[in-house]
Design a protein around this ligand. Structure first.
Ligand SMILES: O=c1ccn([C@H]2C[C@H](O)[C@@H](CO)O2)c(=O)[nH]1
Ligand SMILES: [Zn+2]
Length: 131
């Protein structure tokens, strides 16, 4: 199964009764594992969590880290490949290695391949810009 197929399975787990916009993400790991994330919304809208952040928080919660990542695929029902929000770009910038591929997809299978720095030029990095 491709990582996009895994992301489509993750998307089925989305809880998005407010926006009705379902998003799935899957992180492909070197050991063959796929870590899923889906967007989880809340009636207090600002508490909602995006699919890619859910997947990355799950990755760390399950004892993995950025060095285990090969790629991430994010998929939603968009005309063009899905575009992650600013918050997720910053979280990916910190938790995904510079050389890992991020695949943005839609339900037609159209895909864009980017890195974290391409998604977030001049991103904030505590390791580089120490306080
Ligand atoms: O890359 C994206 C873009 C949007 N969303 C979610 C947030 C919210 O639940 C819904 C509508 O913005 O889609 C994601 O999970 N990932
Ligand atoms: Zn987001």
């Amino acid at each position: 199964m491709t990582n996009l197929e895994h992301a489509l399975l993750a998307r089925k787990r989305a809880y998005a009764p407010y926006s009705k916009f379902l998003v799935g993400a899957s992180i492909e790991l070197k050991d063959g594992t796929h870590i899923y994330g889906a967007n989880i919304e809340n009636g207090s809208y600002g508490l909602s969590n995006c699919a890619e952040r859910s997947a990355l928080f799950s990755l760390l919660s399950q004892g993995y880290n950025k060095e285990d990542i090969i790629s991430i695929t994010i998929v939603g029902d968009t005309k063009n490949p899905i575009s992650p929000c600013g918050a997720c770009r910053q979280v990916m910038y910190e938790l995904v290695p510079k050389n890992a591929k991020i695949y943005l997809s839609n339900l037609n299978g159209e895909t864009k391949e980017l890195t974290t720095s391409e998604l977030l030029p001049y991103g904030f990095d505590l390791d580089e810009d120490s306080l």
